[in-house]
Design a protein around this ligand. Sequence first.
Ligand code: ADP
Length: 290
Amino acid sequence: MELRIQGLTKVYKGGVRALDDVSLTIPCGLYGLLGPNGAGKSTLMRTIATLQDPDSGSIRLGDLDVLRRKEEVRKTLGYLPQDFGVYPRVNAEDMLSHIALLKGIVKRKERKEAVHALLHRVNLWDHRRKLLTGFSGGMRQRFGIAQALIGSPELLIVDEPTAGLDPGERNRFYNLLAEIGENVIVILSTHIVQDVMELCSNMAIIHQGRVLFAGAPDRALEGIAGRIWQKSIQRDDVKEYTSRFPVISTKLSAGRPQIHVFADSSPEAGFVPVAPDLEDVFFASIAGLH
Ligand code: ADP
């Protein structure tokens, strides 16, 4: 099973070109869609999830024409939107059961079994009687995954799922997604490079509606190997360096700014070559350097 997106374009009223001729082939496993805010990620996710139409282009899930056969796609789709946020004063088990009913699991016994299996799977069994309003951010996201998994989807779309999670919760959430990705297409949109680094065997970088890179993270790293130069500088010098060199990132290391410059050879004395990471790929791509 593969998801094939071809020539997808969407221009909103007012002229924003949110998707500009996007073509991607997404295999089974975890696929990272990486882009800064406003890149077009949510627009792409909502379009794949059949919630809005593009102006042109096509999407196929296996043999299924996603844009024409929406009802069929919805049966095999799980979606965790970015703002999955309205939590009634209902406990987790009752709410899941209600959603399962809406998704068509009408037989009581079958529904109960499905809900119990999901509560175990996302590690919320011990909290099943707690009100959703009292859930932590991580528990809410795991609940969001449980509701998205009702009906055993072949395609799971999760939009910016780790924003607001603490490191422990983020880790638990990563593990859950990695496990699901073993036999499902999981598309994960994020602006957090670490999410993609730790999880995804394939990825795309998207910026201003365009795909800047698509492929394996390793290949992205190879593409800029030998061209990232690092230097620790004084805080007051950041502006000067930024004006003289293509600085792609500035980070603090023990309180001192450490810049990364994109160049074919050492920009000047004091720079050392460093092995690129995905963050370098990301910033070099969106700066138009690579
Ligand atoms: P991302 O999820 O990467 O932050 P979005 O898909 O939400 O990006 O947005 C892409 C661009 O489209 C942004 O410039 C955003 O302001 C614009 N946009 C998103 N939704 C709408 C809409 N309903 N109407 C007009 N412009 C929109």
